[in-house]
Design a binder for this molecule. Structure first.
Ligand SMILES: C[S@@+](CC[C@H](N)C(=O)[O-])C[C@H]1O[C@@H](n2cnc3c(N)ncnc32)[C@H](O)[C@@H]1O
Length: 286
């Protein structure tokens, strides 16, 4: 993905780090490390608090693996989240940014809830990609890890764009082999926001009330926490001013439109280059 497109949870550090501090978080679990953008911020936080970061990612980048030896408070678990979480145990805060689909996120939240309840720790989770495009559309890094009954029809080559729910063949924002999109957007059990909402509904049915804030920037940050947590007012103070803020949402939409336009321009110039090359080679053969 181009650096033109900021996408790391580290962009939310100015909110997440004060929230961890306010919650007195010491043991933090991060699902999805990639290049370690957020991991480095969490490692600095752990250093400051004599805490610990457990970073779960079955396939992080070389840059993350090269950085690890210099981060003594970080443990890397090279497994998919749903395999790793039960053996990791409870933590004070969870950052969820691994495989962005309903099945994975809904079940991650379920396991996290169990772990917190078992040890009597309040739940605090930061959920990335609750906005467009993953909020209402699954994406799959490894479709084979999702049970068939929960997996939507998917496509590696097509892309998404604003203003349409249709997938665009070889156009739009796409994974280029790294991940696939669900062919259809919306509907039940589809997308990260839907997973969060379904989890909140389950908690409500169990008589557990949770707060949910949505910061509509950088693909969307959801913040979930127990309403009876001792630090709930401090957390509300941090996130309420950003919750569904229309100006932030407008800036995010503008950012996405500009990025999608760049992808269109890049695609058009790639087509032109191929045409020129084909023209030259047929000209050479004549
Ligand atoms: C969007 S990146 C994470 C970015 C990182 N959190 C940040 O803020 O800079 C997603 C990462 O999740 C990892 N991943 C995919 N499926 C996963 C799973 N089931 N469990 C844990 N990590 C997963 C991928 O290997 C990839 O490195």
């Amino acid at each position: 993905m181009s650096s033109l497109l900021i996408h790391s949870m580290s962009e939310f550090a100015s909110l997440i780090v004060p929230a961890l501090d306010a919650a007195g978080a010491s043991r933090v679990v991060e699902i999805g490390a990639e290049h370690g953008g957020m991991s480095q911020i969490l490692a600095d936080y752990a250093e400051l608090k004599n805490g610990e970061l457990v970073s779960v990612d079955p396939a992080p980048s070389r840059a993350f693996l090269d950085w690890l030896p210099s981060a003594p408070r970080v443990t890397h678990v090279a497994k998919p989240s749903l395999e790793a979480l039960p053996e990791i145990g409870a933590a004070d805060a969870w950052l969820i940014d691994g495989d962005h689909n309903w099945f994975t996120v809904y079940h991650e939240l379920g396991v996290i809830r169990e772990l917190c309840r078992k040890e009597g720790r309040p739940l605090l989770a930061f959920l990335h990609d609750v906005g467009w495009p993953c909020g209402r559309r699954d994406s799959y890094y490894a479709p084979e890890r999702i049970p068939e009954e929960f997996r939507h029809e998917y496509d590696y080559d097509s892309g998404v764009s604003l203003g349409t729910d249709l997938l665009l063949p070889n156009r739009g924002f796409r994974g280029r082999g790294a991940f696939a999109w669900a062919v259809h957007a919306g509907g039940p059990r589809n997308g990260v926001m839907t997973a969060g909402e379904d989890f909140l509904r389950d908690c409500h049915e169990k008589g557990e009330e949770m707060a949910f804030a949505f910061v509509p920037a950088v693909f969307g940050l959801g913040v979930l926490f127990d309403l009876d947590a001792p630090w709930r007012d401090a957390l509300a103070g941090i996130f309420v001013p950003f919750h569904e803020h229309p100006l932030i949402a407008k800036l995010e939409e503008n950012r996405l439109r500009n990025y999608l336009r760049i992808i269109d321009i890049q695609d058009a110039s790639a087509v032109q280059l191929r045409r020129n090359a084909a023209g030259q080679s047929s000209g050479g053969a004549a």
